[in-house]
Design a protein around this ligand. Structure first.
Ligand SMILES: Nc1ncnc2c1ncn2[C@@H]1O[C@H](COP(=O)(O)OP(=O)(O)OP(=O)(O)O)[C@@H](O)[C@H]1O
Length: 278
């Protein structure tokens, strides 16, 4: 069997000063696949994603295992972590506006990412950046290269972020609600690009989302998180056969087109869902 890209065992995260853990014993492995993490707001999805990149200043992260390829993410020095972040492991966030520097041209920011990771001339980095903008289906890459972030649309911005990430050729991409700020057509384009990364480049992709329909259609497997723990893991195609009452509740709370005017189900939470061994 192929070695997993990521192995997470009993991951626990406590924000400084918090009385309870935000993540309570999460375990999963990731191969060259699309893994969805879903759950309501505050269930700990983003905290898990950021912990993998060790982007949680002030939080305490413990685990029985937190391995990324041959690296132990728990013991890696910050200096070594700098080589991993953005190079071997990347994150795409919901809104590219917060990730791009507003006062620098888009293309220069992409080229700079390449210069940061690889030794080459500025002209080579520019060529590489243009190739990558083209690879993410930006039609006029030379024009976009010279634009500022406020001059491009959200969908274009998201593709620029993906281009930046691709330059480094990562093994793992964590996409945190990457399409929720996009309209449906652009959303599909961005999903297609992410999908081809998994199929053509063999990366592992973690897709953090609120959207059960999205993960059902896009992912291979899904982790359902509730109050900091994984309550259920299942193949995306089996989502409708989920057994945990929380997952069933989430599914029942999805609005359906053509579903008539019946009131939406309200999730009735049970105290035992909070217990570590459900
Ligand atoms: N920087 C922080 N400091 C303290 N507590 C935090 C911080 N970030 C998140 N939390 C807490 O950790 C818990 C998990 O939050 P997290 O953002 O991971 O959830 P989420 O499932 O990703 O939610 P959302 O879908 O709204 O992004 C929440 O209780 C949240 O209030």
């Amino acid at each position: 069997m192929e070695k997993p890209i990521l192995e997470v065992d009993n991951l626990r995260i406590r924000y400084g000063g918090a009385s309870t853990e935000a993540v309570r014993g999460v375990s999963f492995t990731l191969g060259r696949e699309r893994l969805g993490i879903v759950g309501e707001s505050g269930s700990g999805k983003s905290t898990v994603g950021r912990a993998l990149l060790r982007l949680l200043p002030g939080a305490t992260i413990t685990a029985d295992k937190l391995r990324f390829g041959d690296l132990d993410l728990l013991t890696l020095s910050e200096r070594e972590m700098l080589k991993v972040r953005g190079r071997r492991m990347s994150m795409i966030l919901q809104d590219p506006k917060f990730s791009l520097n507003p006062i620098r041209r888009v293309g220069d920011q992409v080229a700079e990412t390449y210069l940061r990771h690889f030794k080459c001339s500025k002209a080579e980095a520019r060529d590489k950046a243009l190739t990558m903008l083209e690879a993410v289906k930006i039609r006029d890459p030379k024009r976009v290269y010279d634009q500022y972030p406020h001059e491009i649309s959200g969908g274009m911005g998201q593709r620029v972020m993906i281009a930046m990430m691709l330059l480094a050729d990562p093994d793992l991409v964590i996409a945190d609600e990457p399409t929720s700020a996009l309209d449906v057509t652009v959303r599909l384009q961005v999903l297609n690009i992410l999908d081809s990364l998994v199929r053509d480049r063999g990366i592992g992709l973690i897709m953090i989302s609120h959207d059960l329909n999205l993960v059902r259609n896009f992912c291979d497997r899904v982790l359902i998180m509730y109050a900091g723990r994984v309550v259920e893991t299942l193949a995306a195609r089996d989502l409708d056969r989920a057994e945990h009452p929380y997952t069933r509740g989430l599914l029942a709370a999805q609005p359906r087109i053509g579903g008539g005017r019946a009131p939406l189900a309200v999730l009735d939470r049970q105290p035992e869902w909070l217990e570590e061994k459900a």
